[in-house]
Design a protein around this ligand. Structure first.
Ligand code: NAD
Length: 502
């Protein structure tokens, strides 16, 4: 089967989108490289502090009119954006594969999830409603209204270049706020395309701005007195030490969704073939670059004798290794591909470093993905195959740190209680998953485990757009989460009015 047509021909020169104009940046320029072909597909500006200032000024100037625009008129722009996204669905998906590396099916899933957030935000005319109560005292009524606050900054990670900023963008503008988006400079093309569609959909000048770049832009947002809040998704050190800390210092609202190291427990009564099929996509989908990716797989020996546990553990290891060894690695635009490259050669080197650590610290390598067989004649710079270690212990680096690549660790654990303790020893709390047919263990798991997204017989517990994308401990900093009602709360202030009627 041939590789699907690439929607990006040549090299795109990306610009910033400020006050309804596509403007050239005065900053330096970086290449965006397709990780599978190693070809330059775009050049992205690394914008200056002045340019973020220009965007905030435009957003601030657009705010008074936009907040007075009736909610129904605001969401009409979103309905048009949704229609344009549907019309361009395949092109948007292929762009994600070209700029990030994921398979085309993974990109199509990402496009769908992004659009779903636009769809949910079109419900703002009802979702943003306040409430009231009459006669709180004789002749006095009281009611609550929700109002937009002004300009918000939205900062995206590289692993979901299309979807993650859409956890915030449609809700921010539907509630009457104005925004400045800073895409990941590693794969900024999807956000460039979404801004083009927003322009075509008639979002007024200044309401929706995009400024490309890196930490200068982020710092510019955090320092700017007219930015009321920031939404960030990325790694834990930046979320905690930069975004959350500085937002606190400058009095901004903040959602900072951060890194992860996720556990998947398999109880003895689990359906093994179904569990293995689900784990394969969780551990190796998106080449392991998902905050919800399975990382540590734990067959739990609750109720089993030692010999029964060994048999159960070995069965899981065999089944998992066999399934992982058959994953087809290649360019994501080849529809046969089951795992694309990681984002770039530097990230690949980082993952190889973790694999070395695993070997040095005494884990047993059962599947070595360092020299993958690649389908097609693509340069190997960013490709890795699935790697599986067994006999991993919780103190090993590969069990503790976020690798963000296709590397699985299998750990031994005799009881459910010990497995829960193991999960809680990790500083992260993004997701935790259990495979079991027992209602008792499922209930105990969801009740006790400290993690934002719980999967029960579901390996990737990704919340739909009308639920919050949760996270706890070092996986989240802030109060309210991205997506759905919580995001609407984040983007609005409650005002209470008490009125006496004469
Ligand atoms: P990252 O922290 O390196 O970058 C995220 C954003 O912050 C980018 O836009 C980047 O330009 C900017 N940035 C980077 N360093 C900065 C600094 N020192 N100061 C200011 N801004 C800075 O994260 P990434 O590598 O792009 O994304 C992967 C991470 O995101 C992983 O840890 C993953 O688990 C996490 N993630 C979390 C969720 C979630 O919902 N919890 C979802 C997706 C990804």
């Amino acid at each position: 089967m041939a590789v699907l047509a690439e929607p990006i021909k040549g090299v795109l020169e990306l610009r910033n989108f400020i006050n309804g104009e596509w403007v050239e940046s005065k900053g330096a320029v970086e290449d965006v490289i397709n990780p599978a072909t190693q070809k330059v597909i775009a050049r992205v500006p690394i914008s200056t502090k002045d340019e973020i200032g220009d965007a905030v000024a435009a957003a601030q100037a657009a705010f008074p009119d936009w907040r007075r625009t009736p909610p129904l008129a605001r969401v009409r722009c979103l309905f048009r954006m949704k229609e344009l996204m549907e019309q361009n669905f395949e092109e948007l998906s292929r762009i994600q594969t070209m700029e990030h590396g994921k398979t085309i099916d993974e990109s199509r899933g990402e496009t769908r999830r992004g659009i779903e957030n636009v769809e949910v935000a079109t419900g703002i005319p009802t979702l943003m409603m306040g409430y009231n109560l009459e006669d709180i005292a004789a002749g006095i009524d009281e009611y609550l209204i929700r109002q937009p606050l002004g300009v918000f900054g939205i900062i995206g990670p590289y692993n979901f270049p299309f979807m993650v900023p859409l956890w915030f963008i449609p809700y921010a503008i539907a509630t009457g706020n104005t925004i400045v988006v800073k895409p990941s400079s590693e794969d900024p093309i999807s956000q460039f395309k979404i801004a083009e569609l927003a322009e075509e959909a008639g979002v007024p000048a200044g309401v929706y701005n995009v400024v490309n770049g890196g930490r200068t832009v982020v710092n510019g947002m955090l320092d700017h007195p007219d930015i009321k809040g920031v939404c960030f998704v990325g790694s834990t050190p930046v979320a905690r030490d930069v975004i959350y800390k500085r937002s606190g210092e400058t009095g901004k609202r903040c959602i900072a969704q951060a890194g992860a190291k996720n556990y998947t427990l398999v109880m003895p009564d689990a359906d093994i073939p179904g569990t293995m099929a689900a784990c394969l996509t969780s551990f190796f989908g998106n080449a392991g670059q998902r905050c919800l990716a399975g990382a540590n797989l734990v067959p739990v020996g609750e109720g089993l004798s030692d010999s029964e546990y060994n048999a159960f553990y070995n069965k899981i290891v065999r089944a998992f290794v066999e399934a992982a060894s058959n994953i087809r690695v290649g360019y994501g635009l080849d529809e046969r591909t089951q795992m694309g490259p990681v984002r770039d050669a530097k990230k690949k080197q980082g993952i190889l470093g973790y694999i070395e650590k695993g070997i040095q610290e005494g884990a047993t390598m059962r599947l070595d993905g360092r020299q993958p067989k690649i389908m097609g004649d693509w340069p190997g710079d960013a490709f890795l195959g699935a790697t599986v270690f067994e006999d991993v212990t919780p103190d090993m680096t590969i069990a503790k740190e976020e690798i963000f690549g296709p590397v699985a660790s299998i750990l031994r654990c005799k009881t459910f209680d010990q497995a829960v303790d193991m999960i809680h020893a990790s500083p992260f709390g993004n997701t935790a998953v259990i495979f079991t047919q027992s209602g008792k263990w499922a209930r105990e798991f969801q009740y006790r485990v400290v993690a934002g997204n719980i999967g029960i017989n579901v390996a990737i517990a990704a919340p739909m757009a009308f639920f919050p994308f949760s996270g706890m401990k070092d996986s989240f900093f802030g109060t309210l989460h991205g997506q759905g009602l919580e995001t609407i709360r984040f983007f609005t202030e409650s005002k209470v009015v008490v009125q006496r009627w004469f």
